[in-house]
Design a protein around this ligand. Structure first.
Ligand SMILES: C[S@@+](CC[C@H](N)C(=O)[O-])C[C@H]1O[C@@H](n2cnc3c(N)ncnc32)[C@H](O)[C@@H]1O
Length: 300
């Protein structure tokens, strides 16, 4: 077995998914532990919150330059140094021990709502009556169902999706939202992502959930011409703001869209884009520091 590299990076915990996304995109990353807690007698005695622990299968070439460029990009999009944290790094080469197994041991069944559970593919789970289960192996794709932004979209789908709706999931990651849409009764479901490495993961997840008629492909909203009854987009707030017009174009008049991935303190950027595109907010959901909007297209 080859050795692996363990990178630790100090960040502001509020942007842990943003930095995780950067790392998954730029390096050969097999997994990221965002936080590990130690308990004694039910009291938390320590936490690694604010330090990402990243497992890399190859040496991260140009690590510092890449992080510097990405940090500058975030700053140009309105993040302050305080909001980003120090991004101080340590990098160690480690002997390979089956850490991917250890990472799997940490992820268990997630009950997103009373009716929706996300189950790791290596666990056996007996659902309650009428409970929808999504079986997942996310690989390196985002979307285990544990993140607040994913859960907010799942709750919006449960609340607003109508049986027979057509659905597009833009930024599909592991395919979790597309799979849920199909299991909630959507007729035709399409999922796309601009990261080609996730598409195979989505297709495999669709097969293990018996919903292999979902179409997954490498794509972005601006390239789509079809219109859907329901659109989900769980993507970082500044991307949502940039592509809001494209998202609106793929929504039917009268259709609904769940927009997630928005830090509460950054919501104005998304609200401006919603206003610019003349979309009507019909619901606002929140979980911890994350917020999501359900919007309706009322014009053509
Ligand atoms: C936060 S993850 C969401 C994954 C999954 N939908 C969920 O809710 O857990 C965002 C995903 O959007 C993808 N993405 C980012 N920008 C995109 C864009 N402009 N068009 C399509 N996908 C994009 C990323 O590659 C990533 O897989």
């Amino acid at each position: 077995m080859n050795n692996y590299f363990e990178l630790k990076i100090n960040i502001n915990p509020e942007i842990e998914d943003i930095v995780s996304d950067i790392i998954f995109t730029n390096f050969d990353c097999e997994g990221i532990v965002q936080e590990e807690e130690t308990y004694k007698d039910l009291e938390m005695t320590s936490t690694t919150k604010g330090t990402l622990r990243v497992f890399l299968t190859s040496y991260p070439v140009n690590l510092e330059e890449i992080l510097k460029t990405e940090r500058e990009l975030l700053k140009s999009r309105g993040f302050t140094d305080n909001e980003l944290g120090s991004w101080e790094i340590t990098l160690d080469e480690k002997e390979n021990q089956d850490w991917s197994k250890k990472w799997k041991e940490k992820w268990t069944v997630t009950h997103v709502t009373d009716k929706i559970a996300v189950v790791p593919s290596w666990l056996e789970y007996h659902p309650q009556k009428d409970e929808i289960t999504i079986t997942l192996d996310p690989g390196c794709a985002f979307g285990t169902g544990t993140h607040q932004t994913t859960q907010l979209c799942m709750k919006a789908l449960e609340k607003y999706l109508k049986k027979g709706d057509s659905v597009a999931d833009i930024g599909t990651g592991s395919g979790i939202l597309a799979i849920l849409a199909k299991k909630l009764g959507a007729k035709e479901v399409y999922g796309c992502d601009n990261d080609e490495t996730v598409i195979e993961v989505c297709k495999e997840n669709a097969v293990i959930n018996n919903v292999s008629d979902i179409v997954f492909e490498l794509n972005t909203a601006d390239k789509l011409s079809k219109q859907y009854d329901f659109v989900c987009a769980n993507i970082l707030h500044f991307v949502l703001a940039e592509i809001m017009g494209d998202l609106k174009n793929i929504l039917k008049t009268g259709g609904l869209m769940s927009l997630s991935g928005i830090l509460d303190e950054k919501k104005d950027m998304v609200l401006d884009a919603i206003k610019r595109e003349n979309l009507e907010i019909i619901d606002t959901l929140s979980q911890d520091q994350w917020i999501s909007f359900v919007v309706k297209k009322t014009d053509n």
